[in-house]
Design a protein around this ligand. Structure first.
Ligand SMILES: *Cc1c(COP(=O)(O)O)cnc(C)c1O
Length: 465
């Protein structure tokens, strides 16, 4: 969310349509409500509804938003359940014990899905999303580090790839941890285990592995990272935990890449997060954070709330939070099961790989990834394309309603700008065909440009995390 300022110059009141009055078009709706001040008096609910509804018509169409990882379609039954739970506050464990129970079952299912050695010993919680989950996991790593070090002025650091999602930069800023980022190198767009180990020292609270990267949809090599850290421990005695940021991939890999070992099967993996509202297939916002066992989550970070006469441990940044998303997560787990999730994620991967192949075959583009890890791929213009750039493509695609972000890569590949397509449940093969046709139709026009036309790259760049 942007941090908003107070009233702006456009302090003109909302415009009103005489029809919006509850009954009488001549007299009922004469007073225009101000935009930036609380109106002095109430208005009819139907009028307020229409004013808000009309303003929102200009938002983009969420289903055509190929920039977001977040769920834009759920079944009507899920919407009904969510509506039924709109009034439940997740923190009121004592008042809504069944909602609390569904949360507990979701944690247990995830512990099992992510192969916790003893699922009953794993601890976990729901959050508002992966950002909060990553904050909690980072706090646990920081606290474990501060317990084991004694130098009073030691400054903690966290090692990660430069491709981390912005939440890790937030964590480091908010909790005063030095971020140590492994840059991109050549055609390597994510973390390299050896380079990560190079950055570790006695004040490293942990290393983050990402499954998978928001920049290009690739999985980071978590098992190799753990092996490299095992080597470091043998050489130096430093025992550095790994947190896996599985915001997207922790709900993809267990179904589509069962042989990929990235989770609690690796003893060094202390914690894992995912976004229930990404490939967990629930509307925003729900996320999950799990620790392999109680040792990985220092007890002093856990607070207790009343629960059926006893108390229930909680770990969260917020106090109040909607319960509906957690209920919707449980519904989706129950509804799909492993086979259902596999089918849904495979469909997304099939769309991603076939669409990337089709874009690759146009000749104007070079694929960085193919959508065969996360159902997400990034591509750039081919070296011989000089008439237009990825920012032009992004801008022109908007004309047909498609929201596709274009952005420049971080250190050391600032020379590289890409487009990225996120294929989600609901972006069907049919929609993908229409997208490919729209892109193909633009090309003759783009090729005729004298040079790339986008001057303000920042304005052109959609939010891509
Ligand atoms: C989306 C994402 C996040 C942030 O998750 P939210 O649920 O949007 O807060 C963190 N890490 C990665 C890798 C992501 O893809």
């Amino acid at each position: 969310m942007p941090l908003h300022n107070g009233p702006r110059d456009d302090a003109r009141a909302l415009s009103v349509n005489p029809f919006l009055g509850p009954a009488n078009p001549v007299g009922d709706m004469t007073e225009a409500p101000p935009k930036h001040r609380l109106p002095a008096s109430p208005m009819a609910p139907s009028t307020a509804y229409q004013l808000v509804h009309d303003e929102l018509m200009l938002d983009g169409n969420a289903r055509l938003n190929l920039a977001t990882f977040v769920t834009t379609w759920m079944e009507p039954q899920a919407s009904v359940l969510m509506a039924e739970c709109r009034d439940k506050n997740m923190i009121d464990k004592d008042e809504y014990p069944r909602t609390a129970e569904l949360e507990r079952r979701c944690v247990a299912m995830l512990a099992d899905l992510w192969n916790a050695p003893d699922p009953s010993a794993a601890v976990g919680c729901s959050t508002t999303g992966s950002s909060e989950a990553c904050m909690l996991a980072g706090m646990a790593m920081k606290r474990r580090w501060s317990r084991r070090q004694s130098a009073p002025d030691a400054r903690p650091n966290l090692v990660m790839g430069v491709n981390v999602q912005v939440c890790w930069e937030k964590f480091c800023t908010f909790w005063e941890v030095e971020p140590r980022q492994v840059p991109m190198e050549g055609e390597r767009f994510h973390l390299d285990p050896a380079a990560a180990v190079e950055l570790c020292d006695e004040n490293t609270i942990g290393v983050v592995g990402i499954l998978g990267s928001t920049f290009d949809g690739s999985y980071e090599p978590v098992a190799d990272l753990c092996a490299a850290l095992d080597g470091l421990q043998e050489r130096t005695g430093l025992d550095i935990p790994v947190h896996v940021d599985g915001a997207s991939g922790a709900m993809v890999a267990p179904f589509l890449d069962e042989d990929l070992v990235w989770d609690f099967r690796l003893p060094r993996v202390a914690s894992v997060n995912t976004s229930g509202h990404k490939y967990g297939l629930v509307y925003p916002g729900v996320g999950w954070a799990l620790w392999r066992d109680a040792d990985a989550l220092p007890e002093e970070l856990v607070f207790r709330v009343n629960y059926l006469g006893g108390d229930m441990p909680t770990f969260a940044l917020n106090f109040s939070r909607p319960g509906a998303q957690v209920v919707a997560q449980y519904y989706t787990f129950l509804r799909l099961g492993r086979e259902g999730y596999r089918a849904v994620q495979q469909a997304a991967r099939d769309v991603a790989t076939s669409l990337s192949a089709r874009i690759g075959s146009l000749g104007d583009f070079r694929l960085l990834t193919r959508g065969d890890q996360l159902p997400v791929f990034a591509f750039t213009t081919a070296p011989e394309v000089t008439a237009y750039d990825v920012f032009d493509v992004s801008r022109r695609l908007r004309e047909s309603g498609w929201l596709v972000p274009a952005y420049t890569f971080p250190a050391h590949r600032e020379d590289l700008s890409v487009l990225r397509v996120v294929c989600r449940n609901g972006f069907s093969q049919d929609l993908a065909d229409m997208f490919a046709e729209d892109l193909t139709r633009l090309l003759p026009d783009l090729r005729r440009q004298k040079r790339p036309l986008t001057h303000d790259r920042n304005a052109a760049t959609g939010f891509h995390h």
